[in-house]
Design a protein around this ligand. Sequence first.
Ligand SMILES: [Zn+2]
Ligand SMILES: [Zn+2]
Length: 304
Amino acid sequence: MKIKFWGVRGSIPCPGPNTVKYGGNTACIEIYFADINRRIIIDAGSGIRELGNYLLSDPASNSPVNADIFLSHSHWDHIMGFPFFGPIYIPTTKLRVYGPVTYEDTIKEVIGGQFTYRYFPVRQSELSSDITYIDLKEGCYDLGDGIKLTAKYLNHPVLCLGYRFEYQGKVFCTVYDTEPFQNIFCTDPADPSYDEAIAREGQEAADLANSLVEAFFSNADLIVYDVQYTRNEYESSKVGWGHTSIEYAISSSIRNKVKQVALFHHDPVRTDRQIDELTRRYCNPTDTGSTEIFFAREGMEINL
Ligand SMILES: [Zn+2]
Ligand SMILES: [Zn+2]
């Protein structure tokens, strides 16, 4: 598997002189299986536009585009690039688009919502490529050619899936747009609503949910982990926003013996200089032992 990052930001694209090194595009990751010529794309943030341009222009990929696109969830930073993904306008393109659904909408309706004249000059029915939409639930799936997928619900304000791909003994996992589960009951004994038994049950439920997420990515060769905030930022004002702190992502990865961790979904206010400083603070091999930790950067490629 070759993994390539085409967009590493969260929330909104942030191009400019302060984001040249790590990139300003929102989430998009490509997995290419060279030996079987299979391509999987995770998320259609603004980074997918450049991936589309590459697929349509590079002689090495000069064949009809045929790919599986797995959307983690429907938040805008993960789907906004889809109308600008050039291959959707080419009749020979074949795409299968998977994603979790909430409420009554299918994934086709979620994507199609962008293709209305209010937001975009092309309607979904006018796309000339062959696109199949598949509503996905948590579970295990056989993607053919020896590729296995496990999809796991994460903790985010809308239904969101993490994906674990296994191929030829290697494991690649996405764990972003998620936040550690919290005890939702009152834990302050001084509060009149406090009940010791309920508080204990709430903590056990949160611990169990967190252990299931950790089991999902444990021992992976590479995981892409949400680190939108530092612990200070998270605890001061971001609890409940659906993102993980750098400190939590690193400690849970080390605890679960992950080999490589790409820290991902950078806050749009984070500058290159700040990420370099965070790298010096958090990615020192003497602190992280046998787990290699780094901040994902647009254009970065990793071979597993
Ligand atoms: Zn996001
Ligand atoms: Zn989100």
